[in-house]
Design a protein around this ligand. Structure first.
Ligand code: NAD
Length: 687
């Protein structure tokens, strides 16, 4: 039984029980429709309370039905049937009421929710708009502005905020069902409000819509669904209910088959799969109750903040008092920033800081379950840290390194119990970036690896398993990005043109702007190390800029010039001269936005294919996740490898051959050539 009816006096309780998240499968839709019929016919029943069993209210559509033709009864018909029921329905929400789940709740005459519940219409995140009246009923319930916020961002609202905005009628503390029944009895004693379909909407002036459109375009860039969602709310505000419903349905159906929706569905499934790697099925992660971070620099402070966000007590270890003070002040600044942006309250910020212990010796680390090392990128320094840790910690404490480029196998050499050691590569700023590369060594125990994945989940991050090589998955591809960007400059493009082309493609910033932000010195350090290993990285211009001490924004000059206190990049004459000198005698090409993007992206794809063929990544979707969550690759393009697949791998291979002919890239690797014949990468997901 997925839907049960329990009549208690004049109130019927309808319980949906479809684990794990009470998704709106066809069986649930049919059973709810039948429940509405049955209860309308029961004279003794005056009101219906709709609840869900398990950990959540209806958390949306059934993902198993994604991309398949929907079978009746369709969700809009179910919502309309509940709305038109002879007895008022009260949705009693706990957990999440999202997507179709929230639309069902909007069909109910009333909504109440547990304090911890959240509600939302996240459809735009899948490249679609709500398809069962969400954009039409929401403005009739809570006004246009709230509806626009919810449907164009897809972000959830918690129960207390939902009451403020009129999305729900009451927050229930204590037992949800009894609270909802009491609410229903009280509501029956009053004149009933009309169903949402019969309520009027206050339509704002034209200037509101113009501003809303601008705001959506600024936020969503090339994503189509948010603008379409706005158009649906506008239709709902300006036209009658039936016209708006028809428009929403038409928009929903058109978007459902779009390339962006397919790409976003691909990412959605890739993210779900990333959290539970099949090779770790049945392996229990270890329990982590406390953690320590060694090194309170850029990364250590961010990692400590991420651990505190997840509620873990943190010990932060620095090498001396002044460094510790700086680290704690920077951590405080992160908390203050979160308060300023309204993300957390001042009380929570204080609680976060109270959960951090700063120390400069390792003795108090006996009781921590996990230590993450984030000291200088130096093999000797890191090895010494782990030696000291081995003396200070329990012998089952998990040790992790946040190294970017060093070989974790070498860091672990001579370590007692190397089975407890792995790489956990966070991205900067670590409290914000969602990617976590999880890097096992040959000795890492399966439950230690599983703990790395479980930690990512707890920190609300996306874990990707990466093999050991120079730069793991992400930074190895980044090196190719930078090489290509520099090759473009040597063959006639300008930094501004390259950056503009990559922004037009959908990246938050171009490769040169990104280097100026992060600092050119880190990559220069990597190149020195690579040259010492006998490699020959291509960066003649970046090398010259570093020699001129142009390290980026922090030195008021890098690929661009900067004014003090102003991050606006200004084209630099010095850089133009260096480029002209380095490019002397080299063939020049005419570049436009599309050809610049191809010259950068296809060699990145080629490197991705090499990463697959040498086993550094398990599957192409993992590379997609690395690029999206570590480097801002546009989610709506599905990730690097998916984008190439959607473009056509044969065309990508041809383009690489063409670039190779001009000396601008290497030829397609064997795996790419094979994948081009198959039409997809191994593990590349469906198109
Ligand atoms: P950083 O120079 O900002 O910070 C390093 C900190 O470690 C300093 O505060 C230093 O005082 C402290 N430290 C050095 N030796 C110590 C010791 N023995 N005990 C305790 N503290 C010690 O460096 P960062 O940018 O935070 O990088 C740290 C690590 O993270 C490096 O391995 C780096 O490759 C890696 N990483 C950096 C980034 C990034 O974008 N910065 C991203 C991912 C990974």
């Amino acid at each position: 039984m997925t839907v049960a009816i329990d009549v208690r006096g004049e109130i019927a309780i309808v319980t949906v029980d479809n684990p794990p998240v009470n998704a709106l499968s066809q069986t649930v839709r049919r059973a709810l429709l039948e429940a509405a019929e049955t209860l309308d016919a029961q004279a003794s029943v005056s009101a219906v309370v709709l609840v869900c069993a398990g950990r959540t209210f209806i958390a949306g559509a059934d993902v198993n039905e994604f991309g398949k033709p929907p079978e009746p009864p369709h969700l809009p018909d179910l919502v309309a049937r509940i709305e038109g029921a002879a007895k008022p329905w009260v949705a009693a929400i706990h957990g999440s009421a999202v997507g179709g789940g929230f639309e069902v709740a909007l069909g109910c005459r009333f909504r109440v929710a547990a304090r911890s519940a959240s509600l939302g219409l996240p459809e735009v995140r899948l490249g679609i708009v709500p398809g069962a009246g969400g954009t039409v009923r929401l403005p009739r319930l809570a006004g246009v502005e709230t509806a626009v916020d919810l449907v164009t961002t897809g972000l959830p609202v918690n129960a207390p905020k939902a009451v403020e905005h009129g999305l729900i009628d009451a927050v229930i503390d204590g037992d949800l069902i009894s609270g909802a029944m009491n609410f229903a009895r009280a509501a029956l004693a009053q004149p009933l409000p009309p169903p949402l379909r019969n309520r009027a909407v206050d339509c704002p002036a034209e200037s509101y819509w113009e501003a809303a459109e601008k705001a959506v375009i600024t936020r969503a860039g090339c994503e189509v669904a948010p603008l379409k969602a706005l158009a649906c709310v506008r239709k709902a505000a300006q036209f009658d209910f039936e016209t708006a419903i028809a428009f929403e349905r038409e928009t929903f159906l058109a978007l459902r088959g779009s390339a962006q929706a397919a790409a976003l569905r691909h990412v959605f499934f890739a993210e779900r799969a990333a959290l539970r790697p099949p090779e770790l099925a049945g392996v229990m992660p270890r329990e982590i109750k406390s953690a320590a971070v060694i090194g309170g620099g850029t990364m250590g402070v961010g990692i400590a903040a991420a651990l505190r966000d997840a509620g873990l007590p943190v010990t932060l270890v620095e090498r001396d008092e002044p460094a510790l003070e700086r680290a704690l002040a920077n951590l405080q600044a992160i908390c203050d920033g979160a308060v300023k942006r309204g993300r957390i309250s001042a009380e929570i910020a204080a609680e976060r800081m109270a959960g951090v212990t700063g120390i400069t010796d390792y003795n108090p680390l006996m009781d921590v379950d996990l230590v993450i090392e984030a000291v200088f990128e130096d093999l000797g320094v890191k090895r010494e840290v782990f030696q000291r840790l081995a003396g200070a910690c329990r012998d089952d404490t998990i040790f992790a390194t946040n190294t970017s480029y060093l070989d974790p196998e070498r860091i672990a050499e001579g370590m007692s119990r190397p089975d407890r050691f792995l790489g956990l590569h966070f991205f900067s700023p670590a409290q914000v970036m969602k990617l976590l590369e999880v890097v096992p060594t040959k000795a890492t125990a399966p439950d230690v690896l599983a703990t790395g994945f479980a930690l990512a989940r707890r920190l609300n991050k996306i874990p990707v398993r990466a093999g050991i090589c120079d730069g793991f998955i992400g930074n190895r591809i980044l090196k190719v990005t930078r090489t290509q960007a520099e090759r473009l400059l040597l063959s006639g493009a300008t930094p501004a043109a390259v950056d503009a082309a990559m922004r037009a493609f959908g990246l938050p910033m171009g490769p040169f702007e990104a280097q100026d932000l992060g600092g050119l010195d880190i990559a220069a350090f990597q190149r020195r190390a690579a040259r010492a290993r006998g490699e020959s990285p291509v960066a003649p211009i970046a090398d010259r800029l570093c020699a001129l001490k142009r390290f980026g924004q922090k030195s008021l000059g890098g690929w661009y010039d900067y004014e003090p206190g102003d991050r606006t990049p200004r084209p630099s004459e010095t850089v133009a001269e260096v480029i002209a000198e380095e490019a002397r005698g080299m063939p020049r090409h005419d570049w436009n936005e599309a050809s610049i993007a191809d010259c950068i992206l296809w060699p990145m794809v080629n490197e991705g294919a090499r990463i697959l063929s040498d086993g550094t990544a398990n599957k192409a979707t993992d590379i997609d996740l690395v690029e999206i969550h570590g480097y801002g690759f546009p989610r709506w393009r599905g990730g690097l490898m998916y984008y190439a697949q959607a473009h056509g791998l044969g065309k990508v291979a041809d383009a690489l051959r063409d670039l190779a002919g001009k000396g601008l890239a290497g030829p397609p690797c064997d795996l790419l050539v094979e994948a081009a014949e198959q039409g997809c990468f191994p593990g590349g997901g469906n198109q």
